[in-house]
Structures are given as structure tokens and as C-alpha cells.
Design a protein. Structure first.
Length: 290
């Protein structure tokens, strides 16, 4: 009986589904039906004799065997890509880093030249990105994200602790001095990064303040715009030490000494991204900068 593997074409499909962490999303992106995708994966699993995906309420996640197979596929595809580049005479390595303009302007940009001097063979592209869901569409190799690190869809590496704390304009600061934070916060608009964000709830819990049930929160996904909205008196926001220049210039005022110690910046390599040498070089460099 032959033990030869017959479904090499399904390995690319498998890698694409792993990239999207969803049969439905992958089906839409690949112009296939969800039923067809499910059938193909069952065929692949039957041929391999192992389960590759675990179904969850939020989509699908790779099993241990699935993670091993994905690593093999990505390594082989990377080798093929490198051979094609060699045939074409391409000597540079490319790297796309997804990052918010806030972090890029206030931290990354002043330091980036040192990486370029150390690795002149890496062609780096800074891709403005707010939501991690954009990483796959924008071909991001490595993302720099702020939060608590509890994310799916990528390999998360702690990079730089950066606890957030509430900031406001002078009027908000005066109100906190007058009424105290517990009373003042009920009169101030809370600026959030997403409608489903838990950051303010987490901070209120740590600060032992009542949960705010008002519906007047303003959603401002871009942290640069959010900081400016606070300066303009549109509300208060949880920001980190990258607004230090604004605090020193008294454009912003820290409203409480309480912060969220578990929050900061993380490197996230999407499951769809191959672990290339350029990714490793950049990761090693930036981890050494923190």
C-alpha cells in the first residue's frame, strides 16, 4: 500500500485558513464556499491522519499538529521564495512592520536608522496600522501592538512595558482637583480606542472606582488623534508615557497616579507570516532597544 502524500495542493489552502483563523473568512477571501473549504480540510486531515484545526466560538485555532505542519509549510515556502529571488537576482530582504503612527512617530522613527545601518540588506516598510485584523490584508510580517497581550492570530512577544493612565486638558485636571477623581470622572467624556475596549473598565477596577455606564464615550481608534482630542478638550483618555512631551509642555495633565501595569507594547508575528531572517533580525534589534 502506497504511503505517498497526494494532496500537496491542499497545503496552500491549509496555510491560508491558518492565516485567517476562520473557515468563513478564508472562504470569502479565496472565493470558495465554506462547505468546500471544510471538505478539503477533512480530506487533508484524513490523508495525514491527524486533526489540524480545533473549532471554537471565535473561529478555528491550530492544534499542536497543525502548528507543526504550518511551520513546515512556511519554511518550505520561504525557501522557494528565496530561490525565486535568487533566480531573479534579488539580493535584498524585505520586511513590512505594522505599527500605529503614534508609536512610529513618538518612538520608532528616531531609532530606526540604527537598524538600517546594522542591516543595510533589509528593505523595511513601515505600514500604518491600527487594528491587527488589517495585518493580513496589508502583508504585515511583524506588528507592534499596544495592550495586555491577550490576542489570537499571532505569536506574541512582550516588548516594552508601557502602563496607561488617565490624562486630560487643564480644565479636566482642575475638575479632578476640585471634585476628586471619583466624582469628576462622571462629568467627563471617556475617549476609547474601540467600542468593545476593556481598557477603561480595567483601569476603573484597578483604581477601585465605580464602573461607568454612560453612553457618551467617544470612539477614537488612532492614538495620535485621541491625544489631540484630549488636548482640544473633547474628553479624557488612557495614554502612556509616549505623551511625555505633551505632559511636560502642559498640553496634557496626568489625572491619577494609578496605571495598568500589565499593559505595554508587544511584538506580534501573524500566523500568516513566515519566520524569515528579516523578521528575526528586526525582532532581535528592537528587543534590544527596550
Amino acid at each position: 500500500m502506497s504511503t505517498r502524500f497526494h494532496h500537496h495542493d491542499l497545503l496552500r489552502l491549509f496555510a491560508e485558513i491558518a492565516r485567517y483563523s476562520s473557515f468563513s473568512t478564508a472562504a470569502s477571501a479565496l472565493n470558495m464556499t465554506k462547505g468546500a473549504i471544510s471538505y478539503q480540510i477533512k480530506t487533508l486531515e484524513a490523508d495525514l491522519g491527524m486533526i489540524l484545526f480545533q473549532r471554537t466560538s471565535r473561529g478555528v485555532t491550530l492544534t499542536g499538529e497543525g502548528l507543526k505542519l504550518l511551520a513546515i509549510c512556511q519554511t518550505r515556502y520561504e525557501e522557494i521564495e528565496a530561490e525565486i529571488h535568487a533566480l531573479k537576482g534579488i539580493s535584498t530582504r524585505s520586511l513590512t512592520v505594522g505599527v500605529s503612527t503614534y508609536f512610529a512617530a513618538r518612538w520608532l522613527s528616531p531609532r530606526l536608522m540604527s537598524f538600517m545601518q546594522i542591516h543595510p540588506d533589509v528593505q523595511i516598510r513601515i505600514q500604518p496600522m491600527i487594528e491587527f485584523s488589517q495585518a493580513e490584508m496589508q502583508d504585515v510580517d511583524l506588528a507592534i501592538r499596544w495592550g495586555n497581550g491577550n490576542w489570537i492570530g499571532g505569536t506574541v512577544t512582550p516588548f516594552m512595558p508601557m502602563p496607561p493612565y488617565p490624562v486630560g486638558d487643564r480644565a479636566a485636571a482642575d475638575l479632578v482637583i476640585e471634585l476628586g477623581m471619583k466624582e469628576a470622572i462622571s462629568h467627563l467624556t471617556l475617549l476609547r480606542d474601540r467600542d468593545d475596549s476593556n481598557v477603561w473598565s480595567d483601569w476603573l477596577n484597578v483604581a477601585k472606582l465605580p464602573r461607568q455606564s454612560r453612553r457618551d464615550a467617544l470612539i477614537v481608534p488612532d492614538p495620535n488623534v485621541r491625544a489631540q482630542a484630549v488636548i482640544d478638550g473633547q474628553g479624557i483618555a488612557l495614554m502612556d508615557d509616549l505623551v511625555r512631551d505633551d505632559l511636560n509642555a502642559e498640553r496634557l495633565f496626568r489625572l491619577s497616579e494609578t496605571d495598568l501595569p500589565d499593559y505595554g507594547y508587544f511584538l506580534v508575528q501573524p500566523h500568516s507570516s513566515a519566520p524569515t531572517g528579516a523578521v528575526q533580525s528586526f525582532s532581535d534589534w528592537i528587543l534590544g532597544q527596550s
